[in-house]
Design a binder for this molecule. Structure first.
Ligand code: NAD
Length: 417
């Protein structure tokens, strides 16, 4: 299994072993749950706008098929590598199981800087990646969704490419599509909406009325989270993306920031006065801290310096196992809402989108949001109860529930699929 290397997979392996020890999983069963069912690597050649040819490397990892098709996002980023994709595919498995969705986990991506592509080049790459994946995906095999560097438009290209090869429209092949192309109301906002809903539940659990928040990342998850916080009257006192970091103890103007990003794609250039040091953003004082960008941004050193009361993990894998040890010691000061619970809103509404596409019967946004809240509340309560019962942290409790469900399905089915 040596193809799965790198710090992100090492971290996933370490977290899985902690859970396997906690639930007493026999040693000989562990590899079956940890390692992916299959991993696909493809070359995606495209013509650049200047007429030259360039080849990008693409991946798709399907973690397990024991509960239904696999489900997971597609990332376009310079850092995409097979170990990282496999790690995030296994995380999706535990997340889907925790939320009670009939899916295994998957993830995919292309090693590319999407900002360096023109719109035409991005379309060519998106279509070629999906074309290469056609033999391996399907509405009942593996269903893709957006992740960092991809968006509704990329999902529309994926769906269209798959559909052209089938000779008919197959909207249920991807989720996170534009509503105009078979997407669901509420999907674009679902992850950030869920993050803030659960952050508020965590605050309520510890008897905190939150007044301030900081959000790292201002893409889909970060910007929607910031907007939801502001709508609840919470001052967003710090935000950042890969181009700029702003802070203001009186609260930043989120609507104006959204307008700026809609026009310029990035935060850079918004304000000279509010510029702040991105290296200290996460450790500034605030009630709710939402990392919504990269993996492994909270290590043991950062964890020791955090000044938040609720750490709501919008990103996947923002906290390292070493940081978790520090946070366990600080459990009375900081309440963690772990990623597989906190950002599950995205895959929950993706599931709703898939169900609606399969039935060709569409729901109103209110119904989507109400059902989302019900699923997240149920998962939150299960995690809280399990943490109390086992006397463990929220992450261990959340992962234990997810891993146990997958393990139970594998045990009762046998060695296949
Ligand atoms: P996105 O591409 O829309 O936005 C990513 C943001 O992170 C951008 O604003 C980018 O500038 C910022 N960023 C990149 N490097 C940064 C840095 N060094 N410092 C600060 N900001 C930086 O991606 P997204 O969909 O919002 O995903 C963000 C995170 O949430 C990822 O970890 C993703 O896996 C996770 N997630 C997303 C969804 C979803 O539905 N989109 C669901 C679950 C989890």
């Amino acid at each position: 299994m040596s193809i799965y290397t790198g710090p992100v997979f090492d971290m996933a392996r370490q977290q899985f072993q902690i859970i396997a020890d906690h639930i007493g999983m026999p040693e000989d069963e562990r590899d079956r749950l940890l390692y992916p069912k299959r991993a696909i690597t493809v070359s995606c050649p495209i013509h650049r706008d200047d007429g030259s040819t360039v080849v990008f490397q693409g991946y798709r990892v399907q973690h397990h098929l024991s509960l239904g098709p696999t489900k997971g996002g597609t990332r376009f980023s310079k850092s995409v590598a097979i170990g990282e994709v496999a790690a995030r595919a296994s995380g999706m498995s535990w997340k889907c199981a925790l939320a009670g969705l009939p899916y295994g986990g998957a993830k995919g991506g292309v090693t590319v800087d999407p900002a360096a592509l023109s719109l035409r080049e991005l379309e060519a790459l998106s279509r070629r990646y999906m074309q290469e994946m056609i033999p391996f995906v399907g509405p009942h095999t593996d269903v893709m969704a957006p992740d960092m560097g991809t968006n509704e438009q990329v999902m529309a290209w994926f769906m269209d490419t798959y559909s052209m090869y089938q000779g008919k429209t197959v909207t249920e092949i991807v989720t996170g599509k534009p509503v105009a192309s078979g997407g669901t109301e509420g999907r674009r906002e679902a992850t950030g909406r869920g993050v803030v809903h659960l952050a508020m539940r965590a605050a309520e659990t510890i008897g905190l009325t939150p007044r301030t928040a900081i959000v790292q990342g201002f893409g889909n998850v970060g910007s929607v989270s910031a907007t939801e916080l502001a709508a609840r009257g919470i001052k967003v006192v710090g935000v950042s993306d890969h181009t700029a970091c702003y802070a203001d103890p009186n609260g930043l103007p989120i609507e104006a920031l959204n307008r700026h990003v809609a026009a310029n794609r990035v935060l850079a250039g918004f304000s000279a006065e509010a510029l702040a040091d991105p290296a200290t953003l996460l450790t500034r004082p605030c009630d709710i801290l939402i990392p919504a960008a990269l993996e492994r941004v909270i290590d043991a050193t950062v964890a020791a310096k955090l000044q938040c009361r609720v750490l709501a993990e919008g990103a996947n894998g923002p906290t390292t196992p070493d940081a978790d040890l520090v946070l366990a010691e600080r459990a009375k000061e900081i309440r963690v809402v772990p990623d597989i619970l906190c950002n599950a809103g995205g895959v929950v509404v993706s599931y709703f989108e898939w169900v609606q596409d399969l039935q060709q019967f569409f729901w109103e946004e209110n119904e989507v949001n109400n059902r989302l809240t019900r699923v997240l509340d149920r998962a939150y309560e299960q995690v809280t109860a399990r943490a109390r019962k086992d006397n463990v942290g929220q992450r261990t409790a959340a992962m234990a529930i997810g891993v146990e469900k997958v393990y139970a399905a594998k045990r009762t089915r046998g060695l296949f699929p």
